[in-house]
Design a protein around this ligand. Structure first.
Ligand code: UTP
Length: 293
């Protein structure tokens, strides 16, 4: 099986849950402490051995492109001020991977956003990482994308991350159903986009990490608008499951939905408690705050 070298990061959604901030700033660029959400996601991809990253961006895509580009004036000023560590940090971000940006002209669904990456991915397998979902794995642990890519190479089958959610949350996610195999992976037989709890095939939700063989594009091309009038990735996944087989690997990482106000706050607080610069003050502040509320 071909190694997974390419990834698509869809970041062209309208981010309506985060208005008014997302009127001018893509939600993928909102910072968790001092690093944009997107940087955590690119780092996860790079740790999984991804070399080429296709960013699917919409309006305001310049902010995303510029972030991974060289900022000569800024770096020059920082260097003259003796801030060499900061310069190194910026250069590291610039050189992380080959970032190729493609515009999704209209936000007509995640499936369509992934299809926009086809000209770059071609007939290779590819990872898909949602631009607003942060997955944190320990330094010694495999990243979620790495686990999925290894499963693809070992089995030849597209593999997606799955996580169990409470029944009252199934209508927020794509939900899969199937049979749990002896190796701990789910053989997926059904995929339903945001079902009502009574229609859900299980409580296994899709948290936004996937590795697909190139066949996904041929199904996406034929996918008609589905739930909410959008071209849904889950509809193409149904076809992949039927024609080739599809596996679900349970999520082992910490996950934050940074496209949701509460998830975004959670990420800032929990990452803040691990950030060397702010952790001690934040801990004391939270302790005091808890006594007052
Ligand atoms: P969401 O389902 O969170 O959609 O997309 P959204 O429109 O951005 O957000 P809300 O619900 O209006 O607040 C999941 C991921 O897929 C991308 C988004 O940018 C996000 O990273 N996406 C979604 C696209 O790139 N294009 C689309 O047409 C839809």
């Amino acid at each position: 099986m071909k190694r997974v070298r390419k990834a698509i990061i869809p970041a062209a959604g309208l981010g309506t849950r985060f208005l008014p901030a997302t009127k001018t700033v893509p939600k993928e660029m909102l910072p968790i402490i001092d690093r944009p959400t997107l940087l955590y996601i690119v780092e996860e991809a790079v740790r999984a051995g991804i070399e080429d990253i296709v960013l699917i961006a919409g309006r305001n895509k310049e902010a995303i492109e510029d972030f991974f580009d060289c900022s000569y004036e800024l770096q020059d000023k920082l260097a003259k001020d003796g801030k060499h560590e900061t310069v190194e940090m910026l250069i590291k971000i610039q050189n992380m991977a080959n970032i190729i940006s493609i515009r999704q002209k209209q936000a007509i669904g995640l499936g369509h956003a992934v299809l926009c990456g086809r000209p770059i991915v071609g007939d290779e397998p590819c990872a898909v990482l949602l631009g607003d979902e942060i997955m944190i794995s320990g330094p010694q642990q495999q990243t979620v994308t790495e686990t999925l890519a290894k499963s693809y190479v070992a089995t030849g089958l597209s593999t997606v991350a799955i996580m169990e959610v409470p029944e009252n949350e199934v209508s927020k996610y794509g939900i899969v159903g199937g049979t749990m195999q002896g190796d701990g992976r789910l053989r997926i037989q059904a995929v339903v986009e945001k079902p009502a709890p009574t229609q859900a095939p299980s409580r296994w939700a899709l948290p936004g990490r996937y590795v697909f063989s190139a066949e996904i594009f041929q199904y996406l091309e034929k996918t008609k608008p589905g739930k909410n009038g959008e071209i849904q990735l889950t509809d193409a996944m149904v076809e992949v499951a039927k024609a080739h087989g599809l596996l679900g690997a349970p999520l082992l990482a910490r996950r934050y939905d940074a496209g949701d106000k509460f998830g975004y706050l959670q990420a800032n607080i929990e990452m803040g408690l691990e950030h060397p610069e702010v952790a001690p003050r934040l801990r004391e502040y939270l302790k005091g705050l808890l006594q007052r509320i």
